[in-house]
Design a protein around this ligand. Structure first.
Ligand code: NDP
Length: 317
């Protein structure tokens, strides 16, 4: 019998890459979606739509989750489902909270009631650290600057609590930003890629952005889902940061993208003060030493290579 895995949030960027990776390893995968009519475009891009079942599951509904976990009886669960945009979380704090905190609590409580002995991974976020002056690690101070960060921190604590008090094998990967051709267009790098290519093809539109001095530790989603699995399967049962250890300003990324297209970014980008976030994180950088030391994982892709991948994918669509 094939080992079974449940991926909650299988239609998103990471869910799609994770399902592909699990299928390639011979897992019997069951994915869940919170939509009656889910967007299966990413699964279709990876040519895996008909390779596994996608079940509707309202993660607010405890009984439904419990039933699915009980029926599938997987050896591992990945909880990636979330309203995942920081920007949207300011406008949708309740939805964000429910989709992250209530879902996590329901999943873990269902596992507790079922006496689940498998591994459970939760996708946390570097947003919990706010701005980092030095590379963040698990002992860094917490500075919550959005409803999204607050929800991710609450879920991180809930997961720790279930591990400590109820001995569930549940761990959190604290993810720094990661991109790929499957990233939603509402996220900034994908937006820059799409708009710059339109400009290259002759569009006179301006690329309108907020603060471009912000710095982030940007990685590649396909590599990050490999880290999810190592963390989830590790007998150490610990939380880890998943990051590259290098940060770049948004302006540097814009320059690199426009340079690759032989365009001068200053001719095409308009920075608008009214788009600045009042609680903006100026700089975010993680320390990847622990995950490398314990699990041998490190990000291999250089930022230039990642940008090239994103551009190539969009150009050849
Ligand atoms: P995506 O937004 O691409 O995927 C998340 C999935 O969650 C969606 O496809 C959606 O699937 C589901 N979902 C459940 N509730 C909601 C809701 N209320 N609004 C919108 N979507 C919802 O995220 P990623 O794959 O990029 O990220 C995976 C996880 O990692 C998320 O939990 C995210 O918060 C976290 N993370 C991601 C980072 C990144 O840089 N990508 C950085 C840090 C953390 P459906 O509609 O089918 O239910």
């Amino acid at each position: 019998m094939k080992p079974k895995s449940i991926v909650l949030g299988c239609t998103g960027q990471d869910g799609s890459y994770l399902c592909k990776s699990l299928l390639d390893q011979g897992f019997d995968v069951v994915g869940t979606t919170t939509k009656k009519y889910p967007n299966l475009e990413r699964l279709s891009t990876l040519k895996i739509t008909d390779k596994f079942k996608v079940l509707y599951c309202d993660l607010e509904d405890f009984d439904q989750i419990k039933k699915i976990i009980n029926k599938i009886n997987p050896i591992e669960i990945y909880n990636l489902s979330a309203q995942s945009s920081v920007g949207s979380s300011f406008k949708k704090p309740i939805e964000t909270h429910k989709s992250i905190v209530n879902a996590t609590l329901n999943i873990l409580e269902a596992c507790r009631e079922l006496n689940f002995k498998g591994n459970i991974f939760f996708a946390g976020s570097s947003e919990i650290f706010g701005s980092t002056k030095i590379p963040a690690n698990l002992n860094s101070p917490i500075d919550l600057r959005s409803p999204y960060a607050t929800a991710k921190y609450q879920s991180f604590l809930i997961s720790k609590m279930y591990r400590k008090i109820y001995q569930l094998n549940c761990v959190t990967g604290i993810l720094f930003n990661h991109e790929s051709p499957l990233r939603d267009e509402k996220f900034v790098i994908k937006k820059i890629i799409n708009k710059s290519i339109k400009i290259k093809k002759g569009s006179k539109e301006k690329l309108i952005l907020g603060d471009i001095t912000i710095k982030r530790d940007w990685g590649y989603a396909k590599e990050y889902v490999e880290a999810f699995q190592l963390i989830n399967r590790s007998e150490l049962n610990r939380d880890y940061l998943i990051c590259t250890g290098k940060s770049h300003s948004l302006q540097t990324i814009i320059e690199k993208i426009f340079n690759k297209l032989n365009l001068d970014w200053t001719d095409h980008v308009e920075v608008r003060r009214d788009l600045y976030r009042s609680n903006e994180i100026e700089s975010s950088l993680g320390d990847p030493k622990q995950i490398y030391k314990d699990l041998g994982w490190k990000s291999k892709i250089h930022i230039d290579e990642l940008i090239q991948k994103l551009l190539d994918d969009e150009i050849h669509k």
